[in-house]
Design a protein around this ligand. Sequence first.
Ligand code: NAD
Ligand code: MG
Ligand code: MG
Ligand code: MG
Ligand code: MG
Length: 347
Amino acid sequence: MTAADEDFTQPVYNESDVERRYIDDKTVAVLGYGSQGHAHAQNLADSGVDVVVGLREGSSSRSAAEADGLRVATPKQAAREADVVSVLVPDTVQPSVFEAIEPELDAGDTLQFAHGFNIHYGQIEPPEDVDVTMIAPKSPGHLVRRNYEADEGTPALLAVYQDATGDARDEALAYADGIGCTRAGVLETTFQEETESDLFGEQAVLCGGVTSLVKHGYETLVDNGYSPEMAYFEVLNELKLIVDLMYEGGNTEMWDSVSDTAEYGGLTRGDEIVDEDVRENMEEVLEEVQNGEFAREWIAENQAGRPSYRQRRQAEQNHDIEAVGERLRGLFAWADEPEVEQEPEVS
Ligand code: NAD
Ligand code: MG
Ligand code: MG
Ligand code: MG
Ligand code: MG
């Protein structure tokens, strides 16, 4: 295989790097039929790969998979007949599903993931004689499916954790091709890099950092006598417009599009708000991701029935900005018809 583009710091694979024989004669078990599962299963089947969907007896997803023309079995049965087992149930239930399917893994089979958490933090310890790989599309499953149907691609990450057969990378790339990702580009990474950068990104910037920034901005305005409605518009509603510009053309396009006043104010005041202390906090959060502290905490939280998760979630829902937002969003009738299905893009 050759790297598609030497301008990148890591290999980027495309359709010309794929040998489909690595997947074409194989049976793929897709465990789970949620966001990623439904897309991988249907795209692979439409690409001519033999697919069996693994779902529990009584799972409400069973009828959906069958209605889409797919064969359904229990995870154990599906793993028994498969050469490649794609583990697309929620990360928190993967260890128990793995326990059920482990006896069905033959030497040379593949365990395939879309996120590295359970392998990287040792929650799943695969047998030594199977390949362990990752194909992680960088988008929600519904877009993976929609792009495929439109003859377009979705970028994905590829990683090889264990290469028992010597074919692990080629097979993973052929799988990525089967779900349409090589049309866009497949970047190689490692389970460690994908897992740690994903957790850090969602905690420090995407989910945790940005909601905290918005709440502090809102509270600062409201505590100083500005109306909640104005505060909501200025620090939350307009965020979408800014992020859309950044998504399209980076920070440069955003700075080019806002007024010179906004640009000067942002350039001079931004680093005063998110300053060296915030950077130090980020280093601490990253360290807890790297040393496994966050993973241990989250695993223990799940084992305890998620008491802290539930309490924090409730507090977030009770914040004033939520009630103001709900009233104001009612004014945007046109916002009820989203262009893209509303799904978390952050996994
Ligand atoms: P999901 O929550 O959308 O779907 C989970 C599916 O698993 C459902 O069909 C559910 O019925 C089934 N399921 C739940 N418990 C089960 C059990 N005990 N046994 C068998 N089936 C069970 O999951 P998802 O968001 O598609 O996540 C799957 C994997 O993909 C995860 O590793 C996730 O990190 C990764 N990922 C998700 C996204 C995303 O945008 N959602 C993006 C990239 C990677
Ligand atoms: Mg098998
Ligand atoms: Mg991510
Ligand atoms: Mg403004
Ligand atoms: Mg994630």
